[in-house]
Design a protein around this ligand. Structure first.
Ligand code: AHM
Ligand code: MG
Length: 336
């Protein structure tokens, strides 16, 4: 039967989220509409990223176009696409983007009840060598949308109603949680649809991989240094962990989620708060890790308990398999 080669019952991301949302009596489809606009942004960025090398080959990038305008850099372009898609969804009120210094307050006629925090193109230093990069996003419900306040964006991560990322890699994968587990969808380019390919992702309880920029080792605090030493020279008879570090958060976290292990961007003497941003890097990834059965820790507390004071605030982060993060927590507790 040649028809057997085709699946005819396609679980697209929209259908999946519609199903999930229909379990909530109060749902009016607003979240589904918001998500479809985020998905549009991801598809655009995916297509632009795929063409990035080609554009260079045929002499487009970095040159001026017919209007005499400079070609926009991919991260700037991605940001514009997401901001426009989110505003036009009519479901957002406040937007915080890594690319914009100030939060964007949506004009009253287009306002909805959600606040979206996002990094439109994370790891952009990896673009030119074709390494995987991604978009990261988190979604909050705002308190009162007739009167949006900056505090609506400064809620602890545990208040997020959804979080996810899209990885532009050998395939384009969108991983999403709306607070009841984690699911992964892969873009079928011939359909232009994200199809459920990784249902109910659970991170292994313990992993065999650690992921960190070891070039910063000389500036690490004692618990981080001890932990990484344990990964390499375990004293309990277990085998040493493997090191994998891409330097692109979405790719490093995606591997950690699927294979298990730990990803860390710790504090160091030069950057006492680490490098990664709380709202649109640390929180969404921590939300996904917890939803997949893992943990996320800042060195002081559960990452999702942190209450940010500024929209571009940074925090150290240790996230991944439950048992691996537990070891880091024990080392920090010893310090006290
Ligand atoms: P970016 O927002 O400037 O792209 O930086 C964030 C990236 C993350 O994707 C990655 O985890 C980290 O920076 C890597 O940093 P480093 O090069 O210091 O290891
Ligand atoms: Mg970033």
């Amino acid at each position: 039967h040649s028809a057997d080669a085709y699946r005819t019952d396609l679980m697209t991301i929209t259908r999946f989220v519609l199903n999930e949302q229909s379990k909530h009596a109060e749902s009016r489809g607003d979240f589904t509409i918001l998500l479809s606009h985020i998905v549009l942004g991801c598809k655009f960025v995916c297509s632009a990223v795929n063409k990035a090398g080609l554009a260079k080959l045929i002499g487009l990038a970095g040159e001026t176009n017919v209007q005499g305008e400079e070609q926009k850099k991919l991260d700037v372009l991605s940001n514009e696409v997401f901001v426009k898609a989110l505003v036009s969804s009519g479901r957002t009120c406040i937007l915080v983007s890594e690319e914009d210094e100030l939060a964007i307050v949506v004009e009253p006629s287009k306002r909805g009840k959600y606040c979206v925090v996002f990094d439109p193109l994370d790891g952009s230093s990896n673009i030119d060598c074709g390494v995987s990069i991604g978009t990261i996003f988190g979604i909050y419900m705002i308190k009162d949308h007739s009167e949006p306040k900056l505090e609506d964006a400064l809620q602890p991560g545990k208040n997020m109603v959804a979080a996810g990322y899209c990885m532009y890699g050998s395939s384009c994968t969108l991983v999403l949680s709306t607070g009841s587990g984690v699911n992964g969808f892969t873009l079928d380019p011939s359909l232009g649809e994200f199809i459920l390919t990784h249902p109910e992702i659970k991170i292994p309880k313990k992993g065999k991989i650690y992921s960190v920029n070891e070039g910063n080792a000389r500036n690490w605090d004692a618990p981080t240094a001890k932990y990484v030493e344990k990964c390499k020279f375990p004293k309990d008879g277990s085998s040493a962990k493997s090191l994998r570090y891409i330097g692109s958060m979405v790719a490093d976290v995606h591997r950690t989620l699927l294979y298990g292990g730990i990803f860390l961007y710790p504090a160091d003497k030069k950057s006492p708060n680490g490098k990664l941003r709380v709202l649109y890097e640390v929180f969404p990834m921590s939300f996904l890790m917890e939803q997949a059965g893992g943990q996320a820790f800042t060195g002081k507390e559960r990452a999702l308990d942190l209450v940010p004071k500024k929209i571009h605030e940074r925090s150290p982060i240790f996230l991944g398999s439950y048992d691996d993060v537990e070891e880091v927590k024990a080392l920090y507790a010893e310090e006290q």
